[in-house]
Design a protein around this ligand. Structure first.
Ligand SMILES: [Zn+2]
Length: 108
Protein backbone atom coordinates (compact mmCIF):
# COMPACT_ATOMS: atom_id res chain seq x y z
CA UNK A 1 0.00 0.00 0.00
CA UNK A 2 1.31 3.43 -0.94
CA UNK A 3 1.78 5.81 2.01
CA UNK A 4 -0.86 8.50 2.28
CA UNK A 5 0.27 12.04 1.48
CA UNK A 6 0.34 14.01 4.71
CA UNK A 7 -0.44 16.65 5.58
CA UNK A 8 -2.95 17.79 3.01
CA UNK A 9 -3.93 21.44 2.96
CA UNK A 10 -7.61 22.38 3.24
CA UNK A 11 -8.09 26.14 3.12
CA UNK A 12 -5.33 27.43 5.45
CA UNK A 13 -5.26 24.25 7.55
CA UNK A 14 -2.87 21.31 7.40
CA UNK A 15 -4.71 18.05 7.98
CA UNK A 16 -2.56 15.08 8.97
CA UNK A 17 -3.52 11.84 7.25
CA UNK A 18 -2.60 8.35 8.30
CA UNK A 19 -3.41 4.73 7.66
CA UNK A 20 -3.97 3.07 11.02
CA UNK A 21 -4.38 -0.58 11.95
CA UNK A 22 -7.36 -1.60 14.06
CA UNK A 23 -9.78 1.34 13.74
CA UNK A 24 -12.32 -0.98 12.21
CA UNK A 25 -12.12 -3.43 15.10
CA UNK A 26 -11.75 -0.89 17.93
CA UNK A 27 -14.26 1.75 16.84
CA UNK A 28 -16.26 -0.06 14.18
CA UNK A 29 -15.37 2.74 11.77
CA UNK A 30 -13.43 2.71 8.53
CA UNK A 31 -11.95 6.09 9.36
CA UNK A 32 -12.41 9.27 11.30
CA UNK A 33 -11.77 13.00 11.18
CA UNK A 34 -10.97 15.00 14.30
CA UNK A 35 -10.14 18.57 15.18
CA UNK A 36 -8.58 18.96 18.59
CA UNK A 37 -7.19 22.31 19.76
CA UNK A 38 -6.09 23.33 16.30
CA UNK A 39 -4.76 19.92 15.31
CA UNK A 40 -6.59 18.28 12.42
CA UNK A 41 -6.33 14.57 11.67
CA UNK A 42 -7.83 12.02 9.35
CA UNK A 43 -7.25 8.34 10.06
CA UNK A 44 -8.28 5.51 7.80
CA UNK A 45 -8.17 1.81 8.56
CA UNK A 46 -5.15 0.25 6.86
CA UNK A 47 -6.79 -3.09 6.13
CA UNK A 48 -9.64 -2.05 3.85
CA UNK A 49 -9.58 -2.71 0.08
CA UNK A 50 -8.47 0.14 -2.24
CA UNK A 51 -11.91 1.13 -3.58
CA UNK A 52 -13.26 1.32 0.00
CA UNK A 53 -10.14 3.26 1.02
CA UNK A 54 -10.90 5.78 -1.73
CA UNK A 55 -14.53 6.05 -0.61
CA UNK A 56 -13.43 6.51 3.02
CA UNK A 57 -10.80 9.11 2.17
CA UNK A 58 -13.36 11.20 0.26
CA UNK A 59 -15.82 10.70 3.13
CA UNK A 60 -13.38 11.89 5.81
CA UNK A 61 -12.00 14.74 3.68
CA UNK A 62 -15.62 15.85 3.13
CA UNK A 63 -16.12 15.96 6.92
CA UNK A 64 -12.94 18.08 7.14
CA UNK A 65 -14.13 20.46 4.39
CA UNK A 66 -17.50 20.91 6.11
CA UNK A 67 -15.75 21.67 9.41
CA UNK A 68 -12.92 23.87 8.13
CA UNK A 69 -15.10 25.87 5.73
CA UNK A 70 -17.85 26.11 8.39
CA UNK A 71 -20.43 24.75 5.98
CA UNK A 72 -23.69 25.05 7.83
CA UNK A 73 -25.70 21.86 7.54
CA UNK A 74 -28.78 21.01 9.53
CA UNK A 75 -27.14 18.53 11.91
CA UNK A 76 -25.17 15.32 12.30
CA UNK A 77 -27.54 13.06 10.44
CA UNK A 78 -27.57 15.25 7.35
CA UNK A 79 -23.77 15.64 7.36
CA UNK A 80 -23.21 11.91 7.73
CA UNK A 81 -25.69 11.17 4.93
CA UNK A 82 -24.08 13.77 2.68
CA UNK A 83 -20.51 12.57 3.15
CA UNK A 84 -21.53 8.91 2.88
CA UNK A 85 -23.06 9.56 -0.52
CA UNK A 86 -20.26 11.87 -1.68
CA UNK A 87 -17.65 9.24 -0.79
CA UNK A 88 -19.48 6.45 -2.57
CA UNK A 89 -20.35 8.57 -5.61
CA UNK A 90 -16.85 10.01 -6.16
CA UNK A 91 -15.22 6.61 -5.62
CA UNK A 92 -17.57 5.12 -8.25
CA UNK A 93 -16.92 7.98 -10.70
CA UNK A 94 -13.13 7.68 -10.33
CA UNK A 95 -13.31 3.86 -10.64
CA UNK A 96 -15.48 3.92 -13.75
CA UNK A 97 -13.92 6.97 -15.45
CA UNK A 98 -10.23 6.99 -14.48
CA UNK A 99 -9.49 9.27 -17.43
CA UNK A 100 -11.45 11.97 -15.58
CA UNK A 101 -9.05 11.70 -12.65
CA UNK A 102 -6.08 12.00 -15.02
CA UNK A 103 -7.70 15.02 -16.66
CA UNK A 104 -8.45 16.70 -13.33
CA UNK A 105 -4.86 16.07 -12.20
CA UNK A 106 -3.68 17.91 -15.30
CA UNK A 107 -5.67 20.97 -14.25
CA UNK A 108 -3.74 21.61 -11.03
ZN1 LIG B 1 -18.67 10.13 8.69
Amino acid sequence: MIKLPSPIRISAVDVKMSLVKGIKEDLELLGDYKEDQGSYTIRVDASIPPILLLDTLIHEISHAIIDIYHINLKGEVEEEQLVLQLGSAWAQIYRDSPELLDYMRGLV
